[in-house]
Design a binder for this molecule. Structure first.
Ligand SMILES: [Zn+2]
Length: 284
């Protein structure tokens, strides 16, 4: 059975670590297996991201949930399949087809509307036995380059947001952004610490590609429990496939070799993140 993020939170709290949440390319099986097998090998909870806006158009959320649940059945480590940046429609769909971890992203809405809609989504998620992440503040790709401190989440607003919505996890803007950074980001550790204290819920760090691992370990000591990584994995997969393709002429092209190279690249990268973040051996 698929796990909720709340199922693994106490373990992460007790070790004060931040677990890598790894994007699985809309549920593409080689992404899924590359990541899952690395987590199993390293005895680390497998937190796998499905990016909401793309997921439904690709394999369909129902197929992704069924496939992941199949592999979770005999897994020695908990498997958390997490809908990332869901709309209201996608959250409803994901919960209906068996996701037990979702994010509702209302960060584009004015605060009061974000709170109202996130609260409705949180009630729905909890009725389904799922945990839910909410977003407050903006860390879109473009914000990285221009916004500076203006985009940071206000801890007082974070406290109100969590209290009034009932979310289990909070994704705040603390100097992070999606995609590849032009320069290493300057994370605001004092904000993380204050938000952890005031909200009492685990924090989620988006835009993990390119954040120095030392910063993430430090964030883990301040209540950051999940770091989302997508862009790095997508690039690794594409480069491994291209490389495998270059090594053969067209008449001998092997889909198994090409996709296998992508899968192995993700396996290696996932192990690297798990070890760097101190998450190896979390599951005895
Ligand atoms: Zn994100």
């Amino acid at each position: 059975m698929l796990a909720t993020f709340s199922d693994i939170t106490p373990l992460l709290e007790s070790k004060r670590v931040c677990v890598p949440a790894l994007d699985i390319g809309g549920g593409q099986p080689d992404f899924l297996l590359g990541v899952l097998r690395a987590c199993q090998e390293a005895r680390c909870p497998a937190v796998m991201l499905i990016w909401g806006p793309a997921a439904q158009d690709y394999m369909g959320l129902d197929a992704v949930a069924a496939l992941t649940a199949h592999y979770a059945r005999d897994s020695a480590v908990p498997v958390v399949l997490h809908l990332d940046h869901g709309t209201e429609e996608l959250v409803r769909k994901a919960l209906d087809v068996g996701f037990r971890s979702v994010m509702f992203d209302g960060s584009d809405l004015p605060l009061d509307q974000n709170i109202a809609l996130t609260r409705r989504m949180a009630e729905l998620a909890h009725d389904h036995g799922a945990s839910i992440e909410g977003e407050l503040g903006k860390f879109g790709r473009e914000q990285a380059e221009q916004a500076g401190d203006t985009a940071l989440t206000d801890p007082a607003e974070a406290e109100r947001f969590v209290r009034e919505t009932g979310v289990d996890i909070l994704a705040p803007a603390v100097g992070n952004a999606h995609g590849f950074y032009n320069a290493p980001p300057r994370l605001r550790f004092e904000l993380m610490e204050e938000m952890t204290t005031r909200t009492g819920v685990p924090l989620s760090l988006h835009g993990g590609t390119g954040i120095p691992m030392g910063d993430v370990r430090r964030a883990g000591r301040l209540g950051m429990r999940k770091i989302n990584i997508a862009s790095r994995l997508h690039r690794d997969f594409a480069e491994a496939m291209k490389q495998a393709n270059r090594e053969v002429d067209d008449r001998k092209f092997s889909w198994r070799k090409a996709l296998g190279a992508g899968r192995e690249a993700l396996h290696r990268r996932a192990l690297e993140y798990i070890r760097d973040l101190g998450c190896e051996g979390l599951i005895p």
